[in-house]
Design a protein around this ligand. Structure first.
Ligand SMILES: [Zn+2]
Length: 150
């Protein structure tokens, strides 16, 4: 692990300032873990898919194509995950990262345990940090705040 990365230092800073106990639910992901994280979003055509930056649309459509081909062939969950993982791995090999979680520069913060007031405070503090991008994912099936280094 070594020294805490910049992003973890920022989280520690925000935790101290707000007095909130912040729980990290996702740090670095392998391509397999990334495929598993994306699968439910394709299955439900989640609005989360719209939050990908414009320059990631091509990467996203390649992964979606793998998902759709597997579905069309009536393949198992495992087989479809394998297809998606392969595409994500090929992208990583070309330094194309669909998610900042693939490079240890993103974190998800659990929000289920926070009151509306605490959540507001937390978002305000996070958004005051210029080094990070903040994505409010609290209205999704797995409520969390996603942050990554700019
Ligand atoms: Zn995230």
């Amino acid at each position: 692990m070594g020294a805490p990365s910049i992003i973890d230092s920022i989280i520690q800073e925000v935790a101290k300032k707000t007095g909130l106990k912040l729980e990290i639910t996702s740090k670095v992901r392998t391509p397999l873990e990334q495929a598993k994280a994306m699968y439910p979003h394709f299955e439900t055509n989640s609005t989360t898919l719209n939050s990908y930056a414009a320059y990631k649309k091509e990467m996203l459509s390649q992964i979606r194509a793998a998902f759709e081909l597997g579905k069309k062939n009536k393949e198992s969950y495992e087989a479809i995950i394998e297809r998606m993982t392969k595409v994500i791995q090929e992208q990583v090999d070309k330094n194309q990262l669909i998610s900042n979680h693939l490079s240890n520069s993103a974190r998800d913060i659990r929000t289920k345990n926070l009151s509306a007031e605490d959540l507001k405070l937390l978002l305000k503090e996070l958004k005051s940090k210029r080094q990070i991008f903040v994505l409010d994912e609290t209205k999704t099936v797995q409520p969390h705040i996603h942050i990554h280094l700019n």
